[in-house]
Design a protein. Structure first.
Length: 134
């Protein structure tokens, strides 16, 4: 059946580790909100699962992800973070939707308004695509 996943911060890493295992079924959509995980492994998962629809909300003003996430990468001295740079997919991967949260969505210096209206609109559009295709 259908399984949709919504993950925030380090939860995006948990989801990526699960989806990297080909024996884990996922026949749904994945919404990533301000993810504290790295771009390269997510791009590999998206490439492995071309039927997966992914919504990635990120913010270029997220200083926590910019400094802590980028500069404390385990595999390298520095790595791009999905919640800060986005998934950097050029050309865009099939099924990938990126949403850059505007700076005006900030509540305080450290907290952003979660893009729930955008996530809901994306989920609805994906459902419409499925209904049209069947």
């Amino acid at each position: 059946g259908r399984s949709d996943i919504v993950a925030h911060s380090l939860g995006t890493r948990v989801v990526r580790l699960a989806l990297a295992d080909p024996s884990v079924p996922c026949h749904g959509r994945v919404a990533l909100l301000h993810g504290a995980d790295y771009v390269a492994p997510w791009r590999a998962v998206i490439a492995q699962r071309p039927d997966l629809a992914v919504f990635n909300a990120c913010s270029a003003t997220d200083m926590v992800l910019r400094f802590l996430g980028q500069w404390f990468a385990p595999e390298a001295l520095r790595a791009d973070v999905i919640g800060y740079q986005g998934l950097l997919s050029d050309p865009p991967a099939p099924g990938l939707t990126e949403h850059y949260v505007p700076d005006s969505a900030r509540l305080t210096d450290d907290h952003w308004i979660m893009p729930w209206p955008e996530v809901r609109a994306w989920l609805k559009s994906e459902v419409r695509k499925e209904r049209t295709a069947s």
